[in-house]
Write a protein that binds this ligand. Sequence first.
Ligand code: ACO
Length: 318
Amino acid sequence: MRSRVAGTGSYLPSQVLTNHELARRVDTSDAWIRSRTGIRERRIAAPAESTSDLALHAARAALDAAGVAAQDVDLIIVATTTPDMVFPSTACLLQAKLGARGGPAFDVQAVCSGFVYALTVADRMIAGGLARNALVVGAEIYSRILDWNDRGTCVLFGDGAGAVVLLPSTTPGIVSAHLHADGRYADVLCVPGTLSEGQVAGSPFVRMDGGAVFKFAVTVLAEVAGEALAAARLTAADIHWLVPHQANIRIIEATAKRLGVPMERVVTTVERHANTSAASIPLALDEAARDGRLETGQRVLLLGVGGGFTWGAVLLQW
Ligand code: ACO
C-alpha cells in the first residue's frame, strides 16, 4: 500500500504587510528587501487568530478538494514551529476544531523542513496500515516570534498555512522521501528561548546568521534533490515541477541553476508570502494545484531546508 495526495488547501491571513510599510517601522527599504530576497509583502495573522485557526482553514479546503468529510479524518500531523501552546499539540487542537476524533494526532518540529518531514511520516503510517487517511498541515505565525526592531530577520517571514490530504493508493503518489538533519548547526538559525519558572528563559525571537544559512541551504537543497533523482533513476529534465521551500528567491534560483531546472518549472510564492517556514511548501503546492499548473501524472519534487539544520526532499507523482 502507498499513499497519494488527494487534495490540497491553504490559507493566508487577510492583513498584508508590504515592504513599504515595514520601511516605516525599521531602517530598511523596499529596494533592499526585494533585491536581497525577492519578497514584496507578507501576511500577518490577526491578534485573535491562532496557528490552529490558520491550520483549520487550510485543512477544510484540502478536505473539500479531496472529498473527505472532516469527521472521517484519521491521522493528523501539523508541522509547526509556532504552536498555539506548549501542549496539547496544535494537531490535537485542530482535530477538535474539525470535529474529528480517535485517530492519532501530533505535531512535527523540523522548522522550515517540517512539511516534508510530516508528509514522509504520514505516507509511511498509511503504507504501514497505521492510518486510513491523513491530513498533513504546515501552519505558522512567525510574526509572533520576530523581533520587529531587528531588520536582519523581521523582513524575511510571514504567516500562513497549507494542507494536503493523503489517501491510500495502489500506485505511488509519494514516490520517495529523503530526510536529513545536522544538529551541529543549531546556533545558525534558532529561537533560543524556553519557558522556565513562569518566564521566558533565553530569547523568544528568531536569531539567524543569514550568510551561513544562505550557503548551507543552497548546498543541501541541491544535494538532496540529486539524491531523490538518483533513487528514482531520473534526471532534472524528468521533473515537471520543483516546489522548494520559499525562504529567498536567490536561494531558490541558485538551487534551480545547480540542478539545471529552468525557473519556468519552479513554483515560487516568496514574493507575496515571504518565508512561512513549515507552511511555505504546502502553500506553494496548493497554489500550483489550483491554478492548473500541476497535471495528473507529472513529477513534482518538494525540497525543504530549515533550522536544526534539517533538510529533505519528497518526490511526488501527481
Ligand atoms: N534592510 C536594509 N539593510 C539591511 C537589512 C534590511 N532589512 N538587513 C541587513 N541589512 C544590512 C546589513 O546590516 C549590512 O550592512 P553593513 O554592510 O553596513 O553591515 C548589509 O545590509 C549587508 O548585509 P548582508 O547580511 O551581507 O546582506 P546579504 O546580501 O547577505 O543578505 C540576507 C542578507 C537577505 C539575510 C541573506 O543573507 C539571506 O537571504 N540569507 C538566507 C536567510 C534566509 O533566507 N533565512 C530564512 C530562514 S532560513 C530558512 O528558511 C532555511
